[in-house]
Design a binder for this molecule. Structure first.
Ligand code: ADP
Ligand code: MG
Length: 342
């Protein structure tokens, strides 16, 4: 269990600045997720921590030791990639043993470590099979097992679940989170999937164009986004970003500072008048109503996603439990939770 500190870390590839002087501290045992769009520098950051990429400038400190110039094999880190490559001709047991081959271990110790990891990942009964006899999810578990078996100081994971189908991805990420908590190993995990990041992280690091836009717990990032990029990148459906010059948004504005150009309101913090539950009405400070045209009603299980427009065709999304009582093409009054206007 070791901390990871990145200080003013930079990586240039020719004229591309992949990572633009980032500072980050990951505490011992923490599960930190780097989240951002494709090309924002997540993989490059991870590869620099692993030692697979040499920084242009800056330092990397792991467990108090400056490892910036230490070769990857001497850092005692483990990296899981999106495309897990198991050795097809080896059994699962042999695949799991592979990372231990260079360690001075007795046959007994080796087999004890492999059995314990296999137990932890629920793949014990598959130890004598070959990879192609296992499902994709089981194979990915073996790949994860291979990184655990060495008991590394830090786990580095680059989109480890993105090759799995949706159901398996959700299951495996819950298992991964549990495993990380049990082992208490400091983890830096990369994804571009905001839902995955929100559900798995102790702390999120939102990246954009090689920079860190904001770090915080999933709750902090969701409730107090630092800027429009962050607010638009987390939350599904996306936050409504409204130009403050539109007359009606000023009325919803609440405490928004007068120099603000854009306000953000999440779809679940807007309500259709006449359909506000009494508990909401009692506990929430609601804005003045604004008249909007209801263009589209889409059922999403127990809620509805409503798409509305104002006179100047600004699109507004509202998540509402009502929906069946509303009619597309009609005008409705919408109110906002004033405490949730950013
Ligand atoms: P992410 O993992 O967030 O998608 P990357 O770290 O892979 O982003 O890439 C960041 C930027 O650096 C991109 O513009 C990418 O094209 C560039 N890049 C990454 N690796 C290389 C490389 N080996 N050579 C040249 N450019 C690279
Ligand atoms: Mg990447």
């Amino acid at each position: 269990q070791e901390s990871v500190k990145l200080r003013n870390l930079r990586k240039e590839f020719d004229d591309v600045v992949a990572v633009n002087n980032i500072d980050l501290e990951v505490s011992a045992g923490e599960f930190v997720v780097l989240l951002g769009p494709s090309g924002c520098g997540k993989t490059t950051t991870l590869r620099m921590i692993a030692g697979l990429e040499t920084p242009t400038s800056g330092t990397i400190v792991i467990g108090g030791q400056d490892v910036t110039t230490v070769p990857p094999q001497d850092r005692n880190l483990s990296m899981v990639f999106q495309s897990y490559a198991l050795y097809p001709h080896l059994t699962i047991r042999e695949n799991l043993e592979y990372p231990l081959r260079k360690m001075a271990l007795s046959v007994d110790e080796r087999s004890r470590k492999v059995n314990s990891v296999a137990e932890m990942l629920g793949i014990r009964e598959h130890l004598d099979k070959k990879p192609d006899q296992l499902s994709g999810g089981q194979q990915q578990r073996v790949a994860i097992g291979r990184t655990i078996v060495r008991e590394p100081r830090v786990f580095l994971m680059d989109e480890p679940l993105s090759n799995l189908d949706a159901k398996l991805r959700v299951e495996t990420r819950a298992e991964l989170q549990e495993l990380q908590q049990d082992l208490g190993v400091t983890t830096v995990y990369v994804t571009h999937d905001q839902e995955e990041a929100m559900s798995i992280a102790d702390r999120l690091v939102i990246m954009n164009e090689g920079r860190i836009e904001q770090t915080g717990t999933p709750k902090e990032i969701y409730e107090k986004p630092a800027n429009t990029f962050v607010s638009g990148f987390v939350g599904e459906p996306a936050i409504n970003l409204i130009d403050i010059s539109k007359g009606w948004s000023r009325r919803l504005g609440g405490d928004v500072p007068s120099q603000a150009e854009t306000i953000g309101i999440r779809p679940e913090n807007l309500y259709v008048e006449g359909n506000v539950d009494s508990d909401v009405r009692e506990s929430v400070d609601l804005s003045e109503p604004v008249s909007l045209t209801l263009d589209l009603i889409e059922p999403l299980g127990d809620t509805y996603e409503l798409t509305l427009t104002d006179e100047s065709d600004t699109l507004i999304t509202v998540l509402s439990r009502a929906g069946r009582t509303l009619t597309e093409g009609t005008d409705v009054e919408v109110v906002a939770d004033m405490s949730k206007v950013h």
